[in-house]
Design a protein around this ligand. Structure first.
Ligand code: ZN
Length: 230
């Protein structure tokens, strides 16, 4: 019934795996990314490389992969002061959330994505949110996104589905899902071209990809890969 999807695609491991999941499942898939004044533009650069390689290396998916949309959301930097957008160290706030948290970021992303999806005739929004080994972001929770699905469907007067294929997977299972979807070719694409590191490190190469190796995002990616590789 639902054949056309829009994937929230940041250029990271999770959203790249979600993009492959959507390409495997739907007839037509478009991507959307957000430029919100990230401290490191490296993620946004990775997006284009990943899309290019998906088109070149996966002939079964290439015809389904449609337009990429990049939205300018720089005003997010004005309403948040976090380690992702400012030059400051990553630490945990008193409420237990890391200061990488942009309050309500995913609510905004999905709302913008829904507006684009409506105009483009896309019925499914796909996001890489995950409750299993996340950093406690309340806007990544399943309940939040279920409620948002209802809100967006009512507000647009059109049935919109939010799919989060990684919601109950840990990072090890996310690596495994990439292999299930696209074999070792997709696993090496994820290793080489996706970016997760909060510090924006694209010079230090590890088996699990580029990154500083010590920030929380690198830690998760590294530990997940090591368990997957065994
Ligand atoms: Zn890192």
């Amino acid at each position: 019934m639902h054949k056309r999807a829009l994937v929230l695609f940041s250029g990271g491991q999770d959203s790249t795996t979600c993009l492959a999941w959507a390409l495997d499942r739907y007839e037509h898939v478009e991507t959307i990314g957000f430029d919100y004044g990230q401290r490191h533009a490296v993620e946004l650069e990775c997006r284009q490389v990943i899309l290019k390689r998906l088109r070149a290396d996966f002939p079964q998916w290439a015809p389904k992969l449609g337009d990429d949309h990049l939205l300018d959301l720089k005003q997010l930097g004005q309403i948040s002061a976090t380690a992702l957008t400012d030059e400051r160290a990553i630490a945990f706030e008193k409420n237990g959330l890391p200061n990488t948290f942009v309050p309500g970021r995913n609510l905004l992303f999905f709302t913008y994505a829904a507006a684009v999806a409506y105009r483009r005739g896309l019925q499914v929004l796909v996001g890489g949110m995950c409750e299993t080994d996340y950093s406690g972001y309340p806007d990544c929770r399943d309940d939040t996104l279920k409620a948002l699905q209802v809100t967006l469907s009512l507000g647009l007067d059109a049935r919109l589905v939010i799919e989060t294929p990684l919601m109950w997977l840990d990072k090890t299972q996310t690596w495994r899902l990439a292999e299930d979807l696209g074999g070792t070719c997709l696993v090496s694409l994820v290793q080489q071209e996706t970016h997760t590191c909060y510090q924006g490190d694209r010079t230090t190469r590890h088996q699990w990809g580029f990154g500083c190796g010590v920030c929380p995002a690198c830690e998760l990616r590294k530990n997940g890969y090591q368990r997957y590789a065994v």
